[in-house]
Design a protein around this ligand. Structure first.
Ligand code: UDP
Length: 336
C-alpha cells in the first residue's frame, strides 16, 4: 500500500459511477489518492469509473461487502455520493428517499464505525434549508426542508453529528447547491438517463434530444419571476471534496458542515439565455406552473468554505459551466 497524502490507505467513493461521484474519483486520482468505488450501477455506469480505480458493484447497505471492501483496501476515508437526487420524485415517493438516502447511509456509517474508518465526507444539499430565511443562506440558518429529499439528507447530517460525537470519526458535510457542467478534459459528465436538472435538460435540447425546455414557475418572488439557483461547476465541487479530505486528515478532532456554492444566483431565464448564447441558438421555452417542492431562490453564502479550505473556485462562470455541459452532451449524442 502506497503512502499518499498522509492518508495511509484508500478512499472509498460510494456512487463513484454517478455524476458527481465520478468527478470526485477523477479529482482524487489526479491528486495521487488510491480509490475504490462502491456503486450498485442502478443509475451509474461502469464506464464512468476511471480504470485507475477499483469498482466493487454492490449496494452501500450490503454491510458484508462494504466491510470486506474497507478491510481489503485499507480504506481510511469514505466519500459518500450514493443516493437518490430528484426533488419531485422525493415528493411522490418519499420512502424511496428515506431508504436510499437515510437508511442506506445508516448502514454505511455502521460499517465505517465498526471497521474504524476515521474520515467521512457526505454529499449534503442546499435542500436541507427548505425556503431559506435569507439569501445567500448561511450554514447556521434554520434547516427546515420543504421536500423529502432535503429531509432525507438532513436526517443523515444528524446521524453524522451523533456518530462523530460517539466514535473516532470526523466528517465534512458539503451542502451542494446546483451542480452542473462536466470534466473540462471530457472524461466524465452528467450521463443520467431521464435527467431532470435544468442545465442538463437545456443542453439536451441544444443537441436535439428534446424539442423545448419547460420553465417551471414564472411567479416566484425573484427579479424575473423564475427560480434562482447557485450553479456550481462539478469539477470545482470535486476539488472541494479533495480539499475537505485534507482538512479532515489534518485536524481529526474537527467536523464541518459547509455550503458548496459560489455566492451568486441565476434565474431559469438567465441560465437559458446563457445556453442560447453558447449554442448560438434560440431554444424554445415553455412557461409552465411551479414544480412540487421548489423554493424561489437558493444561493450559498460561501464564506465558511472559503475560510475552512484552501480550495478556490476555478470555473465559476455560467457560460463555462454551460460550455462544459454541452461538450459532454455532444459526446453522449455521438456515442448514441
Ligand atoms: N427548472 C425548470 N425547468 C426544468 C428543470 C428545472 O424551470 O426543466 C427549474 C426548477 O424549477 C428550479 C431550477 O430550474 O427553479 C433548478 O432546478 P433543478 O431541477 O436543476 O435543480 P434543483 O434546484 O431542483 O435541485
Amino acid at each position: 500500500m502506497a503512502l499518499q497524502n498522509g492518508l495511509n490507505g484508500k478512499v472509498m467513493v460510494t456512487g463513484g459511477a454517478g455524476y458527481i461521484g465520478s468527478h470526485a474519483v477523477l479529482a482524487l486520482l489526479d491528486a495521487g489518492y488510491e480509490v475504490v468505488v462502491v456503486d450498485n450501477l442502478v443509475t451509474g455506469f461502469d464506464w464512468a469509473v476511471d480504470p485507475r480505480a477499483t469498482l466493487v458493484t454492490a449496494a452501500i447497505e450490503d454491510e458484508a461487502v462494504v466491510r470486506a471492501t474497507i478491510r481489503d483496501h485499507q480504506v481510511r476515508a469514505i466519500m459518500h455520493f450514493a443516493g437518490s437526487v430528484v426533488v419531485p420524485e422525493s415528493v411522490s415517493d418519499p420512502l424511496k428517499y428515506y431508504r436510499n438516502n437515510t437508511a442506506a447511509t445508516r448502514s454505511l456509517l455502521e460499517s465505517a464505525v465498526v471497521e474504524g474508518v476515521p474520515h467521512f465526507i457526505f454529499s449534503s444539499t442546499a435542500a436541507t434549508y427548505g425556503t431559506p430565511v435569507k439569501v445567500p443562506v448561511q450554514e447556521n440558518d434554520p434547516t427546515v426542508p420543504i421536500n423529502p429529499y432535503g429531509m432525507s439528507k438532513l436526517m443523515t447530517e444528524a446521524m453524522l453529528r451523533d456518530v462523530a460525537a460517539a466514535h473516532p470519526i470526523n466528517y465534512c458535510a458539503l451542502r451542494y447547491f446546483n451542480v452542473a457542467g462536466a470534466d473540462p478534459q471530457g472524461r466524465s459528465g452528467q450521463s443520467t438517463v431521464g435527467a431532470t436538472h435544468l442545465i442538463k435538460i437545456a443542453v439536451e435540447a441544444a443537441t436535439g434530444k428534446r424539442a423545448a425546455v419547460s420553465v417551471f414557475g414564472t411567479d416566484f418572488d425573484t427579479p424575473d419571476g423564475t427560480g434562482v439557483r447557485d450553479y456550481i461547476h462539478v469539477s470545482d465541487l470535486a476539488a472541494a471534496h479533495v480539499s475537505a479530505l485534507e482538512l479532515l486528515v489534518a485536524e481529526p478532532s474537527k467536523s464541518h458542515t459547509l455550503n458548496a456554492g459560489y455566492n451568486r444566483g441565476f434565474s431559469v431565464n438567465e441560465v437559458l439565455d446563457a445556453v442560447d448564447r453558447v449554442t448560438n441558438m434560440t431554444i424554445e421555452r415553455r412557461y409552465e406552473g411551479r414544480r412540487a417542492g421548489d423554493p424561489a431562490a437558493l444561493v450559498a453564502d460561501n464564506a465558511a468554505i472559503l475560510a475552512a479550505l484552501p480550495w478556490r473556485p476555478e470555473r465559476d462562470d455560467l457560460e463555462t459551466i454551460v460550455k462544459d455541459a454541452l461538450a459532454w452532451e455532444r459526446k453522449l449524442a455521438e456515442r448514441g
